[in-house]
Design a protein around this ligand. Sequence first.
Ligand code: ATP
Ligand code: MG
Ligand code: FE
Length: 348
Amino acid sequence: PVVLGIESSCDETGAGIVRDGRLLGHAVASSMDEHARYGGVVPEIAARAHVHAAGPVVRAALDQAGLALRDIDAVAVTTGPGLSGALQVGLASAKTLAYSLGVPLYGVHHLAGHVAADTLEHGPLPNPCVVLVVSGGHTSLLLVRDLARDPVVHLGDTLDDAAGECFDKAARILGLPYPGGPAVDRAARAGDPAAVAFPRPLTGPGDDPYAFSFSGLKTAAARWAEAHRAAGRELPVADGAAALQEAVADVLTRKAVAACTDHGVSTLVVVGGVAANSRVRALAEARCDAAGVELRVPPLRLCTDNGAMIAAVGDLLVRAGAAPAPLDVSVDPSAPLEYAALHPVART
Ligand code: ATP
Ligand code: MG
Ligand code: FE
């Protein structure tokens, strides 16, 4: 089937076309620059930007695929989690297209989209696999069986901040530009990761082996910066960035590889915006190599939010014979990841 996927949960408007596991075309527009001066995503601005971008990105994705609207066999759309107003714009667009084309509509969990992104580059996921989802709002270690059919097992989640949030907040402390993740990654290249001994939260003997905590790291970075300021010393930004990035990458990859080893799972998949981080990728590769675990990480352009990953889930759901969403399906801004299909009922 030819599946159109639409993503609008945060500040990226994405559309993608997938046929039988292959990516035929995709386009992403971002309102990131409009949020920069506020230091974070402003929901109302994001929603308005989706209204502008939804039409053009769908057309661009179709053009790239060399297809027309009439070629679409199903429409998949992110119904949660994310910003309510932003999700509603994508869902309204998707419903309109699906209903007017007479094709089924599928609501998709955004994080299942991040997971499925990898299949577009590396083919079907092995069953089972361990997935580390590291994004702006989530950090979870998952045991994934058949993504389209089986419930996802949460081995562990973050108890407070997400890894991406930690990068974003640390960037602000270091005086680096928004969005923080890519800025920390760039700044860290010139720094010494051993320059500052940042903590490795929840890695002690009595700690939950698969749970994460990043709020303490943010506090440690703030204290370190404050100590320099109080002493009138210039902040060694590159060293701070490198050391913080090392701490995050160390904790993430250590726990992810341990989850594979403990559960006898031979494949680790790392997805989400933070999977774009150069140190996370390098350390994951080194540790997987050492543990005899196969590592899969999507290409950079499919790590951050996009429509192709939502189309990828839709394609899996169609081929698994999943029931489509009713036409009065709604959004769920805080939906936990249980199943890839997310069809919240309308609230009256
Ligand atoms: P969620 O998927 O949890 O709803 P989101 O969709 O906003 O959140 P993503 O688009 O998956 O998140 O990822 C964005 C996050 O990834 C941001 O926190 C950003 O700073 C981070 N990020 C992007 N590139 C990098 C990088 N190179 N290094 C570290 N972090 C990065
Ligand atoms: Mg974004
Ligand atoms: Fe995301």
